[in-house]
Design a protein around this ligand. Sequence first.
Ligand code: SF4
Length: 305
Amino acid sequence: MNLRGLHLLLTYQCNLECDHCFVWGSPWQDGTMTIQDIRRILHQARDVGTIDWIYFEGGEPFLYYPILLHGVRMAAHLNFRVGVVSNAYWATDLKDALEWLRPFAGLIQDLSVSRDPYHGSERSGRQAEFAQAAAEVLGIPLAVITIAAPEATGAAAAVGQLPPGESAVMHRGRAAARLVERAARRSWADFTTCPCEDLRDPGRVHVDPFGYVHLCQGIVLGNLFRTPLREICAEFDPDTHPIAGPLLAGGPAELVRRYGLQVEEGYADACHLCYEARRALRERFPDLLTPDQMYGVPAESEPTT
Ligand code: SF4
């Protein structure tokens, strides 16, 4: 595996609970990296030898502002190129956005800001605009990421990292629970490839606050708090991995066939089938299909009403 990027899910917490969120971000989620966790992860990233980009994302990483800034400084100090992904909730006006962003000037090479109906329409649009204007003043490269509505047919699904501009919604995580009713359905047998990740050589992986290294959100390669990332990468054999192997051999449909899973009438897209198949397989592969946060299991702190 030739890893070029490592994406740190600084926290599973978010100020919002967007319907399209892959990682079920919400105010009630558990799991946030400490400075010590970030330091360990960055040193492991350096030891891999091929990683040049570190991204900080979540959840919403600006919720833990001093820790985010500390992490960004450490990553820049280790000569990584650094990116941050945010919903820009903090950009209440231009002057304030400048205050939030000024410490990052010269340290980050990409600030990706979400702007779409899922993030709260008009207010989110204004916040993205203030963040964009402040980033321009400070010379911080900024990209706006937009996810299309489930009914939209024109937007293409992104492969790997979400690019600037509009991408189609992928029905995994909370989107698999909240958005599928609005999408057209197709037979499970149609989904014979994974269209959105290069599972053989992903280029970038995510690491969460518990140390899990994710090939796609909720498909785990190992835990870098137990096994160094360099070893996890060296030992990853995509064809024999119990989840990646079938996905490579015949997409989510092959997961269903290989493990004899029950299917429904139709699915919104490959990710929808994949996500539901993996949910059904969690008991069988508890170390590979984890943590609960990625599968919408309510946190203890979540209100029940
Ligand atoms: S098909 Fe599965 S592995 Fe591929 S991007 Fe979708 S959820 Fe991830």
